[in-house]
Write a protein that binds this ligand. Structure first.
Ligand SMILES: Nc1ncnc2c1ncn2[C@@H]1O[C@H](COP(=O)(O)OP(=O)(O)OP(=O)(O)O)[C@@H](O)[C@H]1O
Length: 262
């Protein structure tokens, strides 16, 4: 009898992760998994530690206790091995360098760290700009000349830049911190579609989104985690939200003041 193949490790996993800032415990023994191919959306009230989770996922922060595993290996060991799983981050504010052109921003890491000729980097930048729906002529512009939505897309292009001369330098996990915050409903829909399409077209295997916007939650999530006071309080899928009687879900999605979230 043939055996089924071993289950693939999650692309990223938190095991009992705790994180405090000063005396404030933000994450309290948090367990979570993101599977290959999965789109996870993390929601929860302001200040509950969602951005902290993303910063732990990309190695910008280290847990006080517990483990962050990338592809089954501790994040630190992964980094030592040149991080076979590439993690791209799209920050809440597009976080572009104002004094650099769009091209220099998108190609920043390749200009700094690769031996690729500038013309080749320019070509790659234009390719990525097209992938995020921007006209490649914008490459020569400065960030200040772009709209908020365009700047956001430039930051997407930067997150999916890869060095074709480095084996396995492919972004596998994309992290989005409030990608539609401050955008009008139409611009939000464009960004939500882009998040989905980048995954469908193979620019990442999996992604994690943090958002407060209900349209973004409903349109980008395969699975949703509701976090409060450092722990997962509910886990489910978007079609379950409306009929769900979980008190955290009802309070959060109905915007009620009374309930377990204080
Ligand atoms: N580097 C830091 N130093 C001190 N406190 C911090 C730091 N980073 C985050 N905090 C605190 O940790 C808590 C959680 O912050 P975090 O940004 O992760 O929350 P969030 O859920 O993403 O909030 P929001 O939805 O408002 O963006 C907040 O009280 C914040 O002030």
């Amino acid at each position: 009898m043939s055996q089924s193949p071993p289950a693939r490790k999650p692309i990223i996993e938190f095991r009992g992760v705790s994180k405090s800032f000063g005396t404030q415990r933000i994450l309290d023994g948090l367990d979570l998994k993101v599977h290959y191919g999965e789109a996870l959306v993390i929601v929860g009230p302001s200040g509950t530690g969602k951005s902290t989770i993303l910063r732990l996922m990309c190695g910008l922060l280290e847990p006080d206790s517990g483990e962050v595993l990338l592809g089954g290996l501790p994040l630190q060991a992964e980094q030592l091995q040149r991080k076979p799983i590439q993690v791209g981050m799209v920050f809440q504010q597009a976080a572009l360098f104002d004094s650099l052109t769009v091209e220099e921003n998108v190609g920043f890491l390749l200009y700094e760290h690769s031996k690729l000729p500038r013309t080749k980097i320019g070509e790659l930048v234009r390719e990525k700009l097209e992938m995020v729906g921007l006209d490649p002529v914008l490459a020569r512009q400065m960030p200040a000349e772009l709209s908020g939505g365009q700047r956001k897309r430039v930051s997407f292009a930067r997150a999916i830049m890869e060095d074709p001369t480095v084996p396995d330098d492919e972004t596998q996990l994309l992290l989005y911190d409030e990608p539609t915050a401050g955008l009008d409903p139409i611009a939000s829909t464009v960004i939500e579609n882009l998040i989905r399409s980048l995954k469908q077209r193979g620019s990442c295997d999996s992604y994690v989104v943090i958002t407060h916007q209900e349209t973004t939650i409903r349109s980008t999530a395969d699975r949703i985690l509701l976090i409060y006071q450092g722990k997962v309080r509910w886990e489910g899928q978007a079609p379950e939200i409306d009929a769900c009687q979980d008190p955290y879900v009802r309070q959060f999605f109905d915007g009620k003041i009374d309930g377990p979230i204080q």
